[in-house]
Design a protein around this ligand. Structure first.
Ligand SMILES: Cc1cc2nc3c(=O)[nH]c(=O)nc-3n(C[C@H](O)[C@H](O)[C@H](O)COP(=O)(O)OP(=O)(O)OC[C@H]3O[C@@H](n4cnc5c(N)ncnc54)[C@H](O)[C@@H]3O)c2cc1C
Length: 380
């Protein structure tokens, strides 16, 4: 490991590993099959301090550091990628943003419910024409009396099916791309929010991803942070989010390695376990090495976040390395299990589908490379 864990971090990791093994893993196949949002598992996770992990205790959170958070997300993802990403959205993309930029009444209203699991959070940035180019926001917020009228369409909003609150990004000044976007804190019960299509996705099924049609009125007191500064806030949120997605990818990759090792020892061909063949051993060696390297980058990025360093580049490196290592691990696990992995309903088949999203959401691998390249060129 890149850094020595403290006794507290190690104890938390073990506690969450036990929760993931005893509770989450028993539900993983069912969540994938039904595609239903696992609200009960989220409540159980909240009881283990997995919502509001890094939120100060004064606001109802667990007050832990980012390294502990990353360790916990990896442990949960090893059991269920869906539960891990759902937790990470409420933690990194909603609660942490409110703690960071919210005014006191906004923190009072939302942080306790989000940390206790009473409220689930969603982050509504992507639009039909604003994916990688997230600054190209077409959703408009037009000043009207003591507030704004927000109209537009958001897509792929994870957790939206059950969320109580969403951070909605909307353009407040035309023509300024990222500089004219504002973040709003919007209860999902607000009249004028229509949850439209539920995404029927390849993997991370049960994430409650919805498209949202918006025609809503909000008050000035629902502006999160500063007017016209919302895009910067979104990028701040995504730095933490990417560390969590790196950890999620590691959990999926580790589960693929676990499955591959168990199968290689069990399955006999030509009179001996396939683990005796060098072809299999080298695949296992590559999987273990690439995951270990990505874990170091992930913990380094988490530690940078704890030190409040400017960590955008580290977070992007961690997400890029971990998602690609995990993708390769799932692919090699499929090769080692062969027909046993290719069968619908096998664990490796689910991991193979789940892992793919880690190279897409919270910025594609190409978007991470853009951030890393800009950083290395600027600092050359
Ligand atoms: C399961 C899932 C959950 C999601 N959850 C959320 C959520 O909760 N909230 C939210 O706001 N969004 C969410 N998203 C949306 C996600 O963030 C976007 O899908 C992602 O940012 C990519 O955007 P896009 O799909 O529109 O791809 P596009 O931007 O259309 O990209 C298509 C391809 O072009 C590449 N590309 C684009 N621009 C460039 C460039 N300049 N240089 C090189 N290559 C480029 C991309 O890397 C990609 O390979 C989710 C998506 C998924 C799949």
């Amino acid at each position: 490991m890149v850094l020595e864990l403290t006794a507290e971090q190690e104890a938390f990791r073990q506690q969450i590993e036990a929760f993931a093994r005893d509770v989450v893993s028993l539900r993983a196949a069912g969540i994938d099959k039904s595609g239903e949002f696992p609200g009960d598992v989220m409540h159980a996770a909240a009881a283990h301090g997995l919502l509001g992990v890094t939120i100060p205790k004064a606001w109802g959170g667990a007050g832990r550091d980012y390294v502990s958070y990353a360790l916990a997300i990896e442990a949960v993802a090893r059991a269920s990628a869906t539960v891990a990403v759902s937790l990470s959205v409420t933690n990194s993309l909603v609660a942490e943003v409110i703690a960071h930029a919210g005014r006191e009444p906004q923190r009072e209203r939302w942080l306790r419910p989000l940390a206790s699991g009473e409220a689930i959070g969603a982050f509504a940035l992507s639009e039909p024409d604003a994916g990688t180019d997230a600054a190209n926001q077409k959703t408009k917020a037009v000043k009207s009396g003591d507030g704004y009228r927000i109209t537009g369409r958001k897509v792929w909003v994870a957790n939206a099916e059950e969320a109580s609150v969403a951070i909605v990004f909307a353009r407040t000044r035309p023509g300024l791309r990222g500089l004219g976007v504002t973040a709003f804190l919007v209860p999902m019960a607000t009249p004028g929010i229509r949850r439209t299509a539920r995404a029927d996705s390849l993997g991370v099924r049960g994430l409650g991803c919805m498209d949202l049609d918006l025609d809503i009125s909000v008050g000035d007191d629902q502006v999160l942070g500063h007017v016209d500064q919302g895009f910067r806030l979104a990028m701040w949120a995504l730095q933490g989010g990417r560390v969590a997605i790196a950890a999620q990818a590691l959990g999926i990759g580790q589960a693929a390695l676990d499955e591959a090792i168990a199968h290689a020892k069990r399955r006999e061909q030509f009179g001996q376990p396939i683990a005796n063949y060098q072809a299999i051993q080298w695949m296992l060696a590559d999987m273990a090495t690439e995951l270990a390297a990505a874990r170091m980058l992930t913990l380094k990025a988490a530690a940078a976040k704890d030190r409040q360093d400017k960590s955008a580049c580290e977070a992007s490196m961690a997400k890029l390395a971990a998602s690609e290592a995990a993708h390769k691990a799932a692919d090699k696990a499929m090769q080692i299990l062969a027909s046993a992995g290719y069968r619908r309903g096998s664990v490796v088949e689910r991991l193979f589908r789940d892992v793919r999203a880690t190279e897409i959401y919270q910025g594609t691998s190409e978007a991470q490379r853009m951030i890393i390249a800009a950083n290395v060129l600027a600092n050359a």
